[in-house]
Design a protein around this ligand. Structure first.
Ligand SMILES: *Cc1c(COP(=O)(O)O)cnc(C)c1O
Length: 390
């Protein structure tokens, strides 16, 4: 390695160390299960996006095994070359019906899907309106597109309206937003957003990563609010509530046809493996037959938020099963996390730059497979933690 690179990398790492911001992969085992092992200790897992517990369901496991038996472990090529198989077509058909959209395309991951959607639908003649708290993959997708990146203050509709007015004459305009924000667990102001997009003729793109499988009987927030027909591009992932891996884009057939033809992260990447597509198909079918799973999670989240607020904890604007407990300093968040871990509970401690300076937090993600006993164990642990923080 050249000296200049060695100096650069050493300097950067040293800075992270000094600010207490070095990221380390935790020594966990079975991170999607309700119970995980951390350094050999068994902990209740409230740090996973497996919101419905689907990743452990026999229906998904069996579907993955069956698909592997039939097709092997790899698809062997991009979909457009020889990587396709009929499970893909079944899955996309299932998605068209489920999402009530003309067409759907399955792609590698949520991150890849956002790179594809934004770099294909936007270019340097496009203005992209994007919520300041949108996911990193959206930010990178906009950068890759070369579009003019216009970020509005989180969920601030007056700010968005002013920016749309300012850019009213741009040749092409696109808006992109998470539907559920991953660090605060709050919801996009979708009704207002859709109205603004219609008024200013802006193409609307929604990322339902944290809502897919969970909200709107599994169809997402847009469906829950009755806005599906008024949003142009619906993206969602199989990697969170749906308990598997990969992502989909659904919408009008001309848009999906365009992505299939021009979306480089789709064209130049190997199709997802059979096990994954088998599990994805089983997940969508399961959610369609058990829509009450997501509803149970919503009720549980309301109860837990009320409990935390009664302890004077700051749960921010959360409205979902993602519940932050905002503590401020990095050390406070790490200490709280460790105290819960000592009592058998595993939650994430999220620090800048993932969240703004001074808002370090615990991030609790609830899951539909928690029992009443699990929840009282959790509440007791939090009460003890609060007592010893004081
Ligand atoms: C997790 C997430 C992604 C990325 O999805 P992966 O399937 O994990 O790559 C994209 N957008 C949002 C809003 C997410 O939360």
């Amino acid at each position: 390695m050249s000296y200049s690179y060695r100096d650069f990398i050493f300097g950067e790492l040293q800075e992270l160390e000094q600010q207490n911001l070095v990221r380390r992969i935790p020594p966990v085992e079975s991170g999607a299960d309700k119970w995980l092992q951390y350094d050999g200790k068994q902990l209740l897992n409230l740090a996973s996006n497996n919101y419905l517990g689907l990743a452990g369901r026999p229906e998904l496991k069996q579907a993955a095994i069956d698909a592997t038996e039939k097709y092997g472990t790899s698809s062997g090529a991009s979909r457009l070359i020889s990587g396709n198989y009929s499970l893909f077509d079944e899955l996309e058909q299932e998605l068209r019906e489920f999402k009530k959209q003309e067409d759907a395309l399955v792609v590698g991951s949520g991150f890849t899907a956002n790179l594809m959607i934004l770099s294909t639908l936007a270019d340097r003649h496009t203005v992209v309106f994007s919520d300041k708290l949108n996911h990193a993959s959206i930010v990178d997708g906009v950068r890759l597109s070369g579009a003019k990146h216009v970020r509005y203050r989180h969920n601030d509709m007056e700010h968005l309206a002013a920016l749309m007015e300012k850019h009213a004459d741009a040749p092409r305009k696109l808006l992109v937003t998470d539907s559920v924000f991953s660090m605060d667990g709050d919801l996009a102001e979708l009704t207002a957003i859709v109205e603004l997009c219609e008024r200013y003729q802006v193409l609307s793109v929604i990322d339902e990563a944290h809502a897919a499988g969970v909200m709107g009987k599994g169809r997402g927030l847009a469906a829950e609010l009755g806005l599906s027909d008024r949003i142009d591009v619906h993206m969602g992932t199989f990697s969170k509530g749906l308990g598997s891996y990969g992502a989909y884009v659904a919408g009008k057939s001309d848009i999906i046809e365009f992505l299939r033809n021009k979306g480089r992260p789709f064209i130049f990447s190997t199709a997802l493996p059979p096990a994954t597509i088998g599990a994805n198909l089983a997940a969508v079918r399961l959610v369609r037959s058990e829509p009450e799973l997501g509803e149970r999670l919503g009720v549980m989240a309301g109860d837990v938020r009320r409990f935390l607020q009664q302890l004077d904890l700051d749960t921010g604007p959360s409205q979902t099963a993602i519940i932050p407990v905002i503590l401020g300093e990095n050390e406070a968040a790490l200490k709280a996390r460790d105290m819960l871990m000592e009592q058998g509970i595993y939650v994430g401690a999220v620090r800048p730059p993932t969240v703004p300076q001074g808002t370090a937090r615990l991030r609790i993600s609830l899951r539909a497979d928690l029992t009443d006993a699990d929840l009282s164990h959790f509440k007791q642990a939090v009460s003890r933690m609060v007592d010893s923080l004081d």
